[in-house]
Design a binder for this molecule. Sequence first.
Ligand code: SAH
Ligand code: SF4
Ligand code: F3S
Length: 444
Amino acid sequence: MKKLFIKTYGCQMNVYDSDRMTDVLAPLGYVPTGTADGADMVILNTCHIREKASEKVFSELGRLRMMKDRARDQQGRDVTIAVAGCVAQAEGEEITRRAPWVDIVVGPQTYHRLPELVTKADPAARHRVIDTEFPEEVKFDSLPGEHAPRGPAAFLSVQEGCDKFCAFCVVPYTRGAEFSRPVNGVLAEARRLVAAGTCEITLLGQNVNAYHGEAADGSSWSLARLIRELAEIDGLTRIRYTTSHPLDMEDDLIMAHRDVPQLMPYLHLPVQSGSDHILTEMNRRHTNDVYLRIIDRLREARPDIAFSGDFIVGFPGERDRDFADTLSLIDKVGYASAYSFKYSPRPGTPAAGSDEQVPEEVKAERLEALQQLINAQQFAFNKRTEGQVMDVLIERNGGRDGQMAGRTPYMQAVNVAADEALLGKIVSCQITEAKQNSVVGVIQ
Ligand code: SAH
Ligand code: SF4
Ligand code: F3S
């Protein structure tokens, strides 16, 4: 038995990929462990989206170098260090140059080859391997059918890559062209998950609503069609999907929100900015009106639907009045939560070269103002649910004795006084108290 530690950065797709790396390495005798100390192999599954995210990798690699040296000097033991994910894809050569103690560099499209790479790499002989191809073979076909149970709420990647090329974003370069997994593979994985105890599945993709997977009869299925089929699986009580692009929010998907009870009334629909000028500069290819219209139609289809979004402040050329438009859009939508970021120039993206960069202090001020508004909306949303009775999926132990933690249909984190035996069950709870980032529930 060898111990494997994977540290995951970035988005849910990386969380899914880390689980799959564990599955791929299991036949070689690798068993997951909770810390890097004492591990025989450490994988950093990295994110390149903002500068901070990718710089973290190099500082973590510094720590791992010391750990590796200690293991060798004190115990005569070799630790294999691998860098996977989007930084590996974008900066593979740079990693081996700056951190020559890294044994394996593997991109998001080639981690199914890890067993081969592990065999080839030889930490004792300092033989390194890099694999950051965009391969001909489809990764998903090469991943093992068997996988470890993933708990009550699981991720399932159905689509990868992106052809949208927003001017700020590295994803089209790190994850490659858009690809949809064929329907049968997705359904088989969903059925296995449910058989292993999962009752909530979040379908993942960088642009998940652009899904167009091939079905057994050769036809192409939309995400809505796939969701309707998944809803037929007995025991799959909750379906979610993320992340969506407004331009791919087709009618059939909006209608699925009306028709499919398992589809949860919560949608992450990033808009990035509320200014048409900035949206154009970002190459988002829709206006603020188009976005608001989609929100309206979703609310008509499913009146209780709640939204979250992503916002970037300080994109090159963003003026005070553009930022004011973003605040005004947030006001109009009323989010249940949202993520917001200072624009971070990324190598190789068009916006990084703009000479209209916004000063750091202005970005910081705008971020602060935007987060205040979002926090107020999130608290107001939580407050409105006080007194309501809703289904809560109990997902894990809470912080304290006798406490369990779960999620409402609206993705609110709930703390409930409950027995551990309720893990993985859906219980009816009354929301008794709203907090900023969570609510308290009492089982009915
Ligand atoms: N596919 C998703 C987003 C993936 S990246 C979509 O189209 O919405 C997740 C979020 O990171 C983005 O929504 C954006 O808000 C943020 N982001 C991406 N690139 C960024 C950059 N260069 N600087 C700051 N934030 C960025
Ligand atoms: Fe990045 Fe835009 Fe593609 Fe989203 S749609 S992954 S923000 S390029
Ligand atoms: Fe990061 Fe790659 Fe996801 S850059 S956000 S880990 S797709």
